[in-house]
Design a protein around this ligand. Sequence first.
Ligand code: UGA
Length: 446
Amino acid sequence: MQSEADPWEPATLAVVGTGYVGLTTGACLASLGHDVTCADIDAGKIERLRNGEIPIVEAGLDEVVGAAVAAGRLRFVTGAAAGTAAADIVFLCVPTPQDEDGSADLSYIEAAIHEIAPVLKPGAIVVNKSTVPVGSTRVVERALERTDVSVVSNPEFLREGTAVFDFLHPDRVVIGGADETAAKTVARLYAPLDTEILITDAASAETIKYAANGFLAMKISFVNAVAAMCEAVGADVAHVVEGIGSDHRIGRAFLQPGPGWGGSCFPKDSRALVSIAADHGYDFSMMRGVIEVNDQQRVRMIEKISRAAGRDLVGDRPLDGMTVGALGLTFKAGTDDLRESPSLAILDQLERAGAIVTAYDPTTAGELDHVQRDRLGSMRLATSAVAAAADADVVVILTEWQEFSCLDLDAIAATMRGSAIVDTRNILDPAAVRAAGLVYDGVGRS
Ligand code: UGA
């Protein structure tokens, strides 16, 4: 492992895949001065991008994309291989969803390699940013069948919603590969950023990505388990987090209790970590426990919501006729991503038990796109928080959108049928809720 501080010079780059990682990576690298072509097999998405439309909710991305396009350093093309022939360095930013057995599905990566292999420039470098099982850099090398092309792993640590900030202010950049010259060339792309650059072997870089997400998921499961304990012993999790977080060895970050972690990364990466370890003969029982606590957390939330409405979860359809006003559908605030959202999982279980759910989320209040429609199915949607609360026995906050921390509680109380508020994100002031004549329950709050 070494630190890299070589001088910066602009390079010609191609980025394959324009999801939140690919688009952010392409736009931010262009903003650093590189010449970038972003490619995607989805012609409709490329058309929207060419028309200046950003297909995802991502703070600051429209400005960075707009400025880079205006400067002539960023363009969008259809087809994985388009733009690759001219590039010195090609970034793979395609999805690696989860197979049924928990392992990563590499079919998008394989398809992209198949397309780019014949057109790559001699001496080009392929950079893998997708999260792939340990050993995949070697698999990519072999699949390319190009001895003149080097492959390095450069995992991303971008959070959805703050991806642009995270890209431009990274805690570190990790680059792993057998070809040290190629790794240093990729490191130089990031030279304008004030950050530590770690160059490692490929397996370590790939493991760093999984271990980082696994550790963060562990912190959240830990605090959710502590919150359950706080409820049992009559303690307040906010005080406990303050008390432990001030120890610099622990820190305060990622200790916010909630309905359990979700999203497109933690669930698949934590399961992949268990699966990769098992493939190599190690039973990662701690990670299995982290996942189990997360599953339990959803069940605990369902129990809380039912209890708040005076229902017991016994019998066939124990919540028949119970009305729920749900606030928040995305897996966290600041994104329109509904993948593996704890909110959707919890609401689905409530509906299966007979509850009637009306939901509001700021990102689904307007016209839905086809992805949202697929994920939400027949969910009844409201266009405001107060509208979702109408006739509800219980109102439940599931995503920590800023607007939910300053709800018009009097209006909510006036429109509800019941009087219970379950705040799974601990964003409301319990005293203010009680002052509005409502009954408050949070997570781990005494
Ligand atoms: C996560 C990592 O944070 C990124 O570093 C990583 O690059 C990314 O996965 C990835 O692998 O691509 P992201 O999925 O955008 O990023 O979401 P996070 O902000 O990490 O939140 C994950 C989940 O944990 C959310 O459901 C969130 O509500 C929950 N969470 C987070 C908590 O319940 N408590 C916390 O204190 C923090």
